[in-house]
Write a protein that binds this ligand. Structure first.
Ligand SMILES: NC(=O)c1ccc[n+]([C@@H]2O[C@H](COP(=O)([O-])OP(=O)(O)OC[C@H]3O[C@@H](n4cnc5c(N)ncnc54)[C@H](OP(=O)(O)O)[C@@H]3O)[C@@H](O)[C@H]2O)c1
Length: 294
């Protein structure tokens, strides 16, 4: 069967029959956003490397998520990539052609985020999830940077490893949970606050789920769409730690509750390890999503 036929016939993945619109990416608008994942047929070369780990990376259309996906695929891992919409599928075409599975969902929309979790679960168990997608500003900053990763954490079948993208800017957050509107209807918090919350979520998950390695990563200020062309830090180091935490058997990578920068543990904002603050945050997120982390 030629590649196109194989793709159009769909590929059986885990529980779900996943249709793969890979060669029809340009015409993909015919497909609803809720349609399940897309997948290319792995080439014989990729198959012969054998499965190592299966990793889901949010926001893999660009920047650090795209770079991590490319590296992990190159290392022979199974990678599930994610784009916000059908229109962004071309951004992962090259990754899909190398064997990645594509999923779709706008993380500023609760229903699309729920649907994204369904797509991921239909593919099968993930070994690791890298919660990478993020935005720098706008009223959706809490929704995309905090609420969506929380909801995906709650809804995706629990993997062995969870990695959340933080930022050193979280240390400058000014926080009172009393005035925070996680729904995004009003812009009550900025980027720094969102990164304090996601770092706290990573620590809370590490405490509540002892069977999971949950860590936060500051990738450094690196030259991506978000970081800007003049960002001073090393782009390769900006995604290395996530890849290492997702796949390595180095004993340091098999730990939980850390806040990492370039494979070194750092001390996060004091509130991150405050269990009352963690519980309060989890309560707010459960309330805005209607989904508890259990
Ligand atoms: N770059 C830095 O210097 C730096 C520093 C500290 C922390 N970080 C963190 O590292 C992570 C990756 O950043 P980056 O520099 O790679 O950023 P980027 O180049 O702007 O890429 C962000 C990714 O997130 C996706 N995304 C944004 N909003 C989305 C939404 N509503 N639904 C679905 N996907 C969405 C983007 O999709 P589109 O391509 O469609 O926009 C893109 O794939 C972020 O969490 C960021 O906060 C970055």
């Amino acid at each position: 069967m030629d590649r196109r036929k194989l793709i159009l016939n769909g590929v059986q993945l885990g529980a779900g029959l996943v249709m793969a619109p890979l060669l029809t990416i340009a015409a993909a608008s015919a497909q609803p956003a809720s349609s399940p994942a897309a997948r290319s047929a792995a080439t014989p070369v990729q198959r012969s490397r054998g499965r190592k780990a299966r990793i889901f990376i949010t926001g893999s259309s660009d920047g650090l998520g795209h770079a991590a996906a490319r590296t992990l695929l190159g290392d022979g891992h199974e990678v599930v990539v994610h784009v916000r919409s059908q229109a962004r599928l071309p951004a992962v075409r090259e990754l899909v052609e190398q064997g990645a599975i594509a999923t779709i969902g706008d993380l500023s929309d609760l229903e699309q985020t729920r649907d994204l979790a369904r797509q991921v679960n239909a593919i099968g168990m993930m070994d690791a999830v890298i919660h990478n997608a993020g935005i720098l500003s706008g009223s959706q900053v809490l929704m995309v940077n905090v609420v969506a990763p929380y909801l995906l954490t709650a809804l995706i079948r629990r993997p062995r490893r969870l990695i959340y993208l933080s930022s050193s800017m979280h240390k400058g957050a000014r926080v009172s949970l009393d005035r925070i509107d996680f729904s995004g209807r009003t812009g009550t918090a900025g980027y720094s606050e969102s990164k304090l919350f996601i770092t706290t979520l990573a620590a809370a998950v590490a405490r509540l789920w002892p069977d999971v390695y949950s860590n936060a990563v500051d990738p450094g200020w690196v030259p991506t769409k978000m970081g800007g062309a003049n960002a001073p830090d090393d782009l390769r180091l900006g995604h290395l730690t996530q890849e290492w935490l997702a796949t390595s058997n180095d004993p340091r990578a098999l730990t939980s509750g850390g806040y990492w920068y370039h494979q070194r543990l750092q001390e996060p904002h004091a509130l991150v390890r405050n269990t009352k603050f963690q519980d309060r945050l989890l309560g707010e997120l459960a309330s805005v999503t209607g989904t508890r982390l259990v």
